[in-house]
Design a protein around this ligand. Sequence first.
Ligand code: XMP
Length: 515
Amino acid sequence: MSEAKTEEVLVLDFGGQYSQLIARRIRECGVFSELLPASTETAKVLERKPKAIVLSGGPASVHDPGAPDFPRDLIGLDVPVLGICYGMQAMAKALGGEVKEAESGEFGRTDLTVVGDGGILLGGLPREQTCWMSHRDAVFAAPEGFVATAATPGSPVAAIESGERGMYGIQFHPEVVHTPFGTEVLNRFLREVAGCTSQWSPASVVAEQVEAIRNQVGDSKVICGLSGGVDSSVAARLVYEAIGEKLTCVFVDHGLMRANEAEQVVEAFSGFGIPLVHVDAEERFLARLAGETDPETKRKIIGEEFIRVFEEEARRIEDVDYLVQGTLYSDVIESGGSDHAATIKSHHNVGGLPDDLDFELVEPLRMLFKDEVRAVGTELGLPDRMVWRQPFPGPGLGIRIVGGEVNKERLDILRAADAILQEEIRAGELYRELWQSFCVLPAIRSVGVQGDGRTYAYPIVIRAVTSEDAMTADWARLPYDLLEKVSNRIINEVQGVNRVALDISSKPPATIEWE
Ligand code: XMP
């Protein structure tokens, strides 16, 4: 992302659980924002010529030995600073205010009272409002030269401002949806204090990235592995926009996709005219999976075979120098920061392409959050089905047949049952609300009765979860009517199934997939 053209606000991350969200909200306000570790040298931060700096919350107490300090070099500069939660406390302490452990912390929804005229950030907003808090220490006296502009029951000074020094602090979290005026407060900081005028949007990334990709790859050939998922699809589409037919996409169809999924990928990409090699490798994968029941072995086989097929195809295309990866901003942050050398996404598709693949990486999405990638996908005309696809594991249905061999018969049963579930979930307009929804086939059989005869057939388990990030998940409360319809349809329409069960476990202690 070029510094000169784009107005940028940098968030210094003190390790708070909402730090990424701050950057996302700033972007939603139309100003590009990135996260940097709070330990980044101030000179490095200033090299980027940020319009403003935001200090995030964090788990430490300002009184802990070794607690991260307010970057004192920021004092006296003309770059405005907003401290949020820990960021405000560190600022207040550094500038001579009083920060102490409060008698009781505030966690969750809290009543906030605007004090005096509310200053630039809170002036004119309702005097009584709610906000989201998560802190134990609080500011008890504002530093000299600052005015206190808000209070809550546990925070005598819940917001401070010094227009003269360009320093602002809020104890509450404006980035959380439970702070109704949070976006307004952020917007005022960005527009009125920092003077930002940009209207950044994910779509503006398209033009910028098209140019960057052209500059990076020149006349070289580029390859992209498609998984059918949103990240690789958007990345490929964007690269095609930049370099046209110098890009070749490779879609390794391992036969473990859901119903019609392979066709949809091929259709969408040929519709755009993007050169696509569709490798139908079902037989190869199933031959290697024959007789395997151990989940880790299955996973390993699928991963290895995937790499083998991909490499064969890459070699066939000849003289390829670059590989497109759908790395997202959250992967970049998790792997240690935004100015790091390219990192191969560890869980890419089927378990990672090896890093000795001799390609330079093209990562056009590495500055984007997932929801922004979706917006870019839509901007580039990708079908909704692709843009909004729920996450799907690289090893596909291979890890959803559990306790027995993965074979064609079981895959066809699972695919048919899953298609019914997807159809009803979409019809009930629940698809986007759910993090994932799918069927699992335990490789066991039980007795049932159908017509005049007894059956001995597989059960199908329905798994549907809500989640923010897959780290934790809750089982979705699907409507009974929908469950009834799905169960009836699966048992009536899918030969080989005589029972449908619902998984009502959360993660933890269960996981999302069964394996
Ligand atoms: P679990 O089952 O651990 O899954 O709760 C968390 C998320 O990761 C996805 N998942 C995978 N994705 N390759 C992938 O690309 C894999 O091998 C894999 N295993 C699990 C899972 O679908 C969920 O979204």
